[in-house]
Design a protein around this ligand. Structure first.
Ligand SMILES: [Zn+2]
Length: 398
């Protein structure tokens, strides 16, 4: 019995798990090991953790409050007369839907409001303001210019309006955002030429705010391979790439994404059913943008316990946690981190996920290093405070 206890005390963590945790700098790891982690303390950690976000749609981030303000400004009859909670009932997907297609319908309600320079600028500004409220240091916001155009509002003008909103947000809050342009599939009215134009625009604005190219929309409608030439052009021009893949059964998009050499995978929940592809993702160290609530509400994953996040993390696949559409799902990034203990993530694991998310960003190494230093300082401060906190009192991350 004694021997067994001794063995337990020195038993190493499973190797990949130890390797993942080892990524936190040693002094922080030691400081975390000295703390007795009660659920209240883990929660305090989550609320105070400096974060980055890789997968956030600017249109999906609009809150019912902002939607109402835009509706009143534009005298948009279907929404202007409604209260914030009435609008929330129309646009917030609170429960699981049968498919991704159904969730996309929630977007249709808000699009008529997002076709003026002022509204698009405000959409971008509000995303930065929300990031600031959640201790997000930097995020990558994505959108599709083609969804906002009118005969007098071009794709380029849409992008310029977004960049103005992000810059105004940065000046007011200090939070920066890199733009990812989303090509679209299966969206009525969006043509091949619209997508070609968006790909050209992304390349033209590289180093002027745009950091990457993505493919969004309905995966069931059209394969990623149809968009291969745009991804190759973007890569050649030095843009980073990601794609929404592996969300709907029967899709070959994860394989195609690997062939195209994308830099991250969005969602990729069905990767769990593909051992050979999983090994390849691991070999490349390809980060997966994980969006837990989104995966549950679009029914990509039946319940949280079945989500592959934990097995990816244990295998050593880099994972980054994001909200996808915080407005549409009525969530925050902190809400997503609060789901991690239910997947057996310890305090150290949670801090490791937040820290390693920085590696996955589409930023130059010097910028990532600056974010790592901010994270390390912020976490060190938080740990000192938590160590003094009574173990069972939630101090709400102050
Ligand atoms: Zn998404």
């Amino acid at each position: 019995m004694l021997a067994a206890v001794a063995l337990l005390a020195v038993a190493p963590l499973p190797r990949p798990l130890a390797a993942a945790q080892a990524r936190l700098p040693v002094p922080l790891r030691q400081a975390m090991e000295r703390i007795v982690w009660t659920p209240a303390r883990v929660d305090s950690l989550i609320l105070a953790l400096p974060q980055v976000e890789t997968h956030l749609h600017l249109d999906g981030a609009l809150s019912p409050r902002t939607i109402r303000e835009l509706a009143i400004q534009q005298n948009y009859k279907p929404l202007a007369q409604l209260s914030v909670s009435q609008i929330a009932r129309k646009v917030v997907v609170q429960k699981k839907r049968d498919s991704l297609g159904e969730v996309l319908q929630a977007f249709r309600t808000i699009y008529p409001l997002l076709r003026t320079p002022q509204a698009v600028e405000e959409m971008a500004y509000q995303a930065v303001a929300a990031a600031k409220r959640q201790r997000v240091m930097y995020f990558e916001g994505r959108f599709a210019p083609a969804l906002h155009t009118t005969p007098t509002f071009s794709q380029e003008q849409v992008l310029e309006a977004v960049l103005r909103g992000l810059e105004r947000g940065r000046r007011d809050t200090g939070v920066r955002c890199g733009v990812i342009i989303c090509l679209l599939r299966g969206i009525p009215g969006v043509t091949r030429e619209d997508n070609a134009q968006m790909a050209r625009l992304a390349i033209a604005y590289k180093d002027r705010g745009v950091v990457g190219l993505d493919l969004a929309g309905n995966e069931a409608a059209e394969p990623l391979s149809d968009f291969a030439e745009f991804f190759r052009q973007a890569k050649q021009a030095g843009l980073r790439t990601t794609a929404h893949v592996g969300e709907v059964p029967g899709s070959k998009d994860i394989e195609t994404a690997l062939e195209l050499g994308v830099d991250r995978l969005g969602h990729a929940t069905l990767l769990a059913k593909e051992p050979a592809l999983t090994r390849e993702v691991l070999r490349r160290g390809l980060p997966i943008e994980v969006n837990l609530t989104s995966n549950l509400r679009t029914n990509a994953v039946a319940d949280l316990k079945q989500h592959p996040l934990r097995s990816w993390y244990e295998a050593g696949i880099p994972v980054t946690l994001s909200t996808d559409d915080p407005g549409i799902f009525g969530i925050t990034l902190q809400h997503e981190y609060r789901l991690l203990p239910r997947l057996r993530f310890s305090a150290q694991d949670i801090a490791t996920v937040a820290y390693e998310g920085i590696d996955a960003l589409f930023l130059p190494e010097a910028d990532k290093q600056a974010l790592r230093e901010r994270f390390e300082k912020g976490l060190a401060r938080t740990l000192k405070r938590i160590a003094k906190q009574p173990p069972f009192t939630d101090l709400g991350g102050r």
